[in-house]
Design a protein. Structure first.
Length: 202
């Protein structure tokens, strides 16, 4: 099953904010500032000690709002089930694992696997993925070449910053930004300021 409504919301939003290493004690304050700046899709990677705890916390906090909470670095069907139990609505992976994609879809969630080559992209699509993540994305020109043969939406992830944001948004269907606006050692105030600059798309 494909979550078409969530997919449309993602393609409208075009930006996923990756909060790797977000600490539990500052999670809500930080997320609120990023959302106030314009974000509606937040990703919590699972490969940190506090990942699943922060994911559960933010999913509960934003439940019923326009904010969508997802899990990143999802590597196994067990990760899929843990993320779903914590409240994630969409799951991102750095790789293509058909069993992860299939289990994600079985639970009614949106699967966004990472790929580098057309071979990997088509393998992901055969497993049911309808949105892909070019990771690492290398360059806006690389995205253009990939999209000449890949006919599903492609998000660019890896090294996205305010300086290259517009160039990637011209060729990709969306972007994932992490260290361009977030670091776990930065204050919520600084992150909020950087987020406002990043989400100023005029």
């Amino acid at each position: 099953m494909i979550n078409k409504t969530l997919c449309r919301e993602l393609l409208d939003a075009r930006i996923i904010v990756i909060l790797r290493g977000l600490r539990e004690e500052s999670a809500i304050a930080t997320a609120e500032r990023i959302v106030d700046a314009g974000a509606s899709f937040l990703e919590i990677p699972l490969n940190t000690e506090t990942g699943i705890t922060v994911l559960r916390l933010l999913a509960k906090h934003f439940r019923g709002s326009h904010v969508r909470i997802g899990a990143g670095t999802v590597l196994s069907p067990a990760d899929v089930e843990n993320a779903a139990d914590a409240g994630a609505e969409y799951l991102l992976s750095p790789n293509v694992n058909p069993s992860v994609i299939r289990r994600t879809l079985e639970l009614g969630l949106l699967s966004i696997p990472g790929f580098q080559t057309p071979t990997e992209a088509f393998l992901a699509m055969e497993a049911g993925a309808t949105v892909l993540k070019a990771f690492p994305c290398f360059s806006p020109e690389n995205i253009s070449v990939l999209k000449s043969v890949i006919k599903v939406p492609v998000f660019a992830v890896g090294g996205i910053s305010l300086e290259n944001r517009d160039a990637y948004l011209k060729t990709a269907d969306g972007i994932g930004v992490g260290t361009g606006i977030f670091h776990p050692d930065w204050s919520p105030e600084k992150i909020g300021e950087l987020s406002r600059e990043f989400f100023n798309l005029d």
